[in-house]
Design a binder for this molecule. Structure first.
Ligand code: GDG
Length: 459
């Protein structure tokens, strides 16, 4: 039965990997930025979440205290290969992250993207009533708004684009640029993280589609779409609460004892070439090479969560990381001290919070990143208001957190300089910066962000 006035959320990846057991359904959280922010939202507002997944069907989740419905849409292995690994991750992902050298455009992949987007749209049409707000997420599903609009001219459709939107001269390399842009312009409210992406988008549709922009409203094909830039938030209070818990406190003590007296630096990311892991390691190597007095005085814990290992580019990246970690540790370890501790696996989120709380410095230095939630989680976990965040100028979140140390990850020299500045930063300066960042992220959390869109949309 369709209930009216609820939220219908659509994304490629869902919040859980489900398996059927004799006792019922077993749900395991999936890892990624979109899910981190949207799961608390769905748990609070309720509604239905449509996403790729097995087995097909509708599930009430979380299993113990159901708050929303999850509808799983299974994809065949051919669809996964062409739509997900192909067009989404070999064309749109590198394109939007300015990695033109990695882009591969292939007609069969595009056609499958089109088809799978149609299937998602069909599932939405089956679930959504006229009064529902339909909120489509991310670059995998750019055509969905148009397919919905054709069937439901009056539907209320939002879209949020989680990755960067590149400059027009980059985006125009995409042979299917028109249908992607027209797909997006079929929604009523289109969200990006930061003004730069919204500007790029507006310039792109003006130039490539001849659309007309009037402030933040774009007019095209007899319709108007409002374009809004608001960086997605995290559940700040929840991270803060976990960071203050007794269990975390014990974990932090334990980590400190095990890791010894030097400064601790942490890095956490999915294995992805956009995240700049190699470049970061080069920055560390540069410091140890050029300023030997720092040897033995800090170590980097680098957590790399396995991701997209069915794509060759990602397997290749993993080999490169293994190699450079081995080289740096081989060159500088002195038997007792190891500069880099590299962990290639996923951790429970409470364990990540313990690392954030223990680490004097967080390195978040992607080559390009839509926003970056690890930076936000680090800040939220710093309950004593100290610690230093080093941010790449190419992470969207740098726009929201100018109090971080902002650096250029393409320069090992600049990264080493930022690291040194962080290692020497006096506590009062750490506090001044951290407090400003905490105040902002507490205010601009996931509830603020959702209200900006859902209420902005009602207006
Ligand atoms: C996309 C955009 C944008 C990581 N390892 C583990 C783990 N994580 C969690 C982190 C964080 C999330 O995954 C990663 O979020 P990011 O924002 O850093 O990056 P993407 O996955 O690339 O997200 C990004 C985001 O969407 C939201 O719009 O910010 O720019 O690329 O929450 O904590 N979580 C657990 N174990 C791990 O090992 N539990």
């Amino acid at each position: 039965m369709k209930r009216s006035g609820r939220l219908v959320l659509v994304s490629n990846r869902g919040p859980y990997r489900l398996s059927l057991t004799r006792g019922g359904v077993k749900a395991e959280r999936t890892v990624g930025g979109l899910v981190t922010s949207l799961l608390p939202l769905m748990e609070k507002t309720g509604g239905i979440w449509i996403a790729w997944g097995d087995p097909a069907g509708r599930y009430a989740l979380p299993v113990r205290h159901p708050r929303f419905e999850l509808r799983h849409l299974p994809l065949t292995s051919e669809e996964v290969r062409l739509f997900y690994l192909g067009f989404s991750n070999n064309a749109l992902w590198p394109l939007c992250h300015y990695f033109l050298g990695r882009v591969r455009y292939d007609r069969a992949e595009w056609e499958m993207y089109e088809q799978v987007n149609q299937r998602f749209a069909q599932a939405v049409l089956e679930e959504a009533g006229d009064e529902d707000a339909i909120w489509v997420h991310d670059y995998h599903l750019a055509r969905v708004p148009l397919f919905l609009r054709r069937q439901r001219p009056k539907a209320r459709i939002l879209f949020f684009w989680h990755i960067p939107f590149p400059a027009v001269d980059v985006f125009r390399t995409l042979p299917w640029r028109r249908p992607i842009l027209e797909g997006l312009l079929a929604c009523d409210l289109l969200g990006f993280h930061i003004p730069e992406y919204a500007r790029n988008f507006i310039e792109t549709v003006e130039e490539l589609l001849g659309a007309r922009a009037d402030g933040e409203t774009v007019h095209y094909a007899g319709r108007a779409t409002r374009v809004l830039a608001r960086p997605i938030g995290i559940d700040f209070a929840a991270v803060d609460r976990v960071a203050r818990s007794r269990r975390t406190e014990q974990r932090v003590q334990k980590l400190r004892e095990t890791l010894g007296p030097g400064a601790l630096i942490v890095g956490v990311e999915r294995l992805d070439y956009t995240k700049g892991i190699i470049e970061r390691l080069r920055g560390v190597e540069h410091l140890l090479d050029h300023e030997p007095e720092w040897r033995g005085r800090f170590s980097l814990i680098q957590i790399v969560t396995p991701s997209r290992l069915d794509v060759e580019a990602y397997r290749q990246k993993k080999r490169e990381i293994d190699e450079i970690v081995g080289r740096i540790n081989g060159r500088f370890s002195d038997g007792l001290w190891i500069p880099i501790r590299y962990l290639h696996r996923a951790f429970p989120s409470s364990e990540l919070v313990a690392y954030y709380r223990t680490a004097d410095i967080a390195l978040v230095t992607p080559l390009r990143d839509g926003l970056n939630l690890v930076a936000k989680e680090y800040v939220a976990a710093r309950i004593h208001e100290d610690g230093v965040l080093i941010l790449s100028e190419f992470a969207g979140v740098a726009y929201q957190l100018p109090e971080a140390l902002i650096t250029n990850p393409y320069s090992a020299e600049e990264m080493a300089a930022a690291l040194k500045q962080a290692l020497q930063m006096p506590k009062p300066e750490q506090r001044r910066r951290m407090k400003a960042m905490r105040d902002r992220l507490r205010a601009e959390d996931i509830w603020w962000w959702a209200a900006e869109f859902l209420e902005g949309f009602e207006r």
